[in-house]
Design a protein around this ligand. Structure first.
Ligand SMILES: [Fe+2]
Ligand SMILES: [Fe+2]
Length: 203
């Protein structure tokens, strides 16, 4: 993980020094361009903006459905972070002088639906329910990590340093969440789920 972060930092520094030697004077505001890449960047921001907002509604349901207090707490904590992430995206829109507009993200919609069906198909109060929720939540985190990882690099490429910093903050939170979900699963939830009797059907 440190390797990834240092690669990211190196890329960041490389972009910074490239800019210094380019001779162009940087304005205080983030540079705004009309390039295709810029358009793609804005579109991707709208997409993840929709996704984060959808998650602020989906996470409380997952929290309520979770069996162990440990998982409930982890989800609650990430709900708080997710709300902050929505605000961060609005700051990024502001920096590039774009309106914060949400555009439906089909991928996140699908991942949230998958989480919902896992909750419907597992028994209330079971450890298997938690295993399912953790897996569904990690799929969400991995999608977010891929998205923010890409957005940070695009922002750096376009010289949007401040936007890159803001997006990187969120990227780190998504990575942390993924790691703590793995820890929760490995600590004992997976083992306890394995001991569960699958025969009684009393959903
Ligand atoms: Fe997020
Ligand atoms: Fe997340």
């Amino acid at each position: 993980m440190h390797g990834i972060i240092s690669t990211l930092k190196n890329n960041y520094m490389a972009t910074k020094s490239a800019k210094k030697t380019s001779g162009k004077t940087q304005k205080k505001k983030e540079p705004v361009s009309n390039s295709q890449l810029h358009e793609f960047f804005v579109d991707s921001l709208k997409d993840i903006y929709w996704a984060e907002k959808a998650l602020t509604k989906a996470l409380p349901k997952m929290q309520k459905a979770a069996t162990t207090p440990q998982l409930q707490e982890a989800i609650e904590m990430h709900l708080g972070q997710t709300m902050e992430q929505v605000t961060r995206l609005e700051r990024v829109f502001g920096l590039i002088e774009e309106k914060a507009v949400a555009k439906k993200c089909d991928a996140m919609e699908g991942l949230i639906k998958e989480g919902q069906s896992i909750m419907e198909e597992t028994k209330d109060g079971s450890m298997t329910r938690d295993v399912g929720i953790i897996m569904a939540a990690q799929k969400v985190e991995h999608y977010e990590i891929a998205t923010y990882g890409g957005l940070v690099q695009i922002a750096l490429t376009m010289g949007l340093d401040e936007a890159a910093d803001i997006l990187n903050e969120t990227l780190e939170e998504e990575k942390q969440t993924d790691t703590s979900l793995t820890e929760i699963a490995e600590n004992d939830i997976n083992w306890q789920a394995e001991q569960e009797d699958g025969q009684e059907e009393d959903k």
